[in-house]
Design a protein around this ligand. Structure first.
Ligand SMILES: C[S@@+](CC[C@H](N)C(=O)[O-])C[C@H]1O[C@@H](n2cnc3c(N)ncnc32)[C@H](O)[C@@H]1O
Length: 167
């Protein structure tokens, strides 16, 4: 069943090449977490891989590994993740809220591997807030189904891993 974007939730789905690129990264680990990234969780599932999906939108409850989750009221889950991928509702969430949620999910470990999508024009704010995790810009831009590809809308991927895009 096709699910339409819910813009009330700041829900913007990745385009197919971006879903595939990110799924290619997450399949390499045993315990991936998709925080606010239902499309990549669905793709991993289609590839027969287990994934934890933490997401507010219950329309994705059919994806195995779905847990209803509120970024603004973060709680830990009974798992240590090998990689947390997050594409947050970036116009609404405060960086301090995002940092708290990810720190909780990382169980306080700043060595937690992360891959985050965030507006390129606010990169320094993200990198500053997430300094304990050692985030850096990858230069890789995420593509979306319905977001116009103009400089103001540029969403970049940030990580503390060695990944710098598809090889
Ligand atoms: C920018 S979209 C990311 C979607 C992603 N690009 C994808 O293709 O799967 C933000 C996501 O955050 C979810 N979301 C919005 N508010 C949330 C909240 N308070 N807690 C958890 N998830 C939330 C939305 O439902 C949406 O799926």
């Amino acid at each position: 069943m096709r699910i339409d974007e819910n813009h009330q939730l700041e829900q913007y789905f990745f385009d197919r090449p971006t879903i595939d690129m990110l799924a290619d990264v997450l399949v390499q680990v045993d315990e991936p977490c998709c925080l606010c990234v239902p499309m990549v969780a669905r793709e991993l599932n289609a590839r027969g891989r287990a994934v934890t999906l933490l997401e507010a939108d219950k329309r994705f409850a059919d994806i195995p590994g779905f847990t209803e989750y509120d970024l603004y009221r973060p709680r830990s889950v009974e798992r240590r993740f090998d990689l947390i991928l997050c594409d947050p509702p970036f116009n609404r969430v405060l960086l301090s809220q995002l940092f708290t949620a990810i720190r909780v999910l990382a169980r306080g470990s700043f060595a937690q591997p992360l891959l985050l999508a965030w507006p390129a024009d606010r990169a320094s704010d993200l990198i500053g807030t997430f300094a304990p995790f050692g985030l850096r810009a990858t230069g890789v831009v995420a593509g979306y189904r319905s977001v116009k590809d103009i400089p103001e809308n540029r969403i970049e991927l940030f990580t503390n891993m060695s990944w710098s895009g598809p090889s």
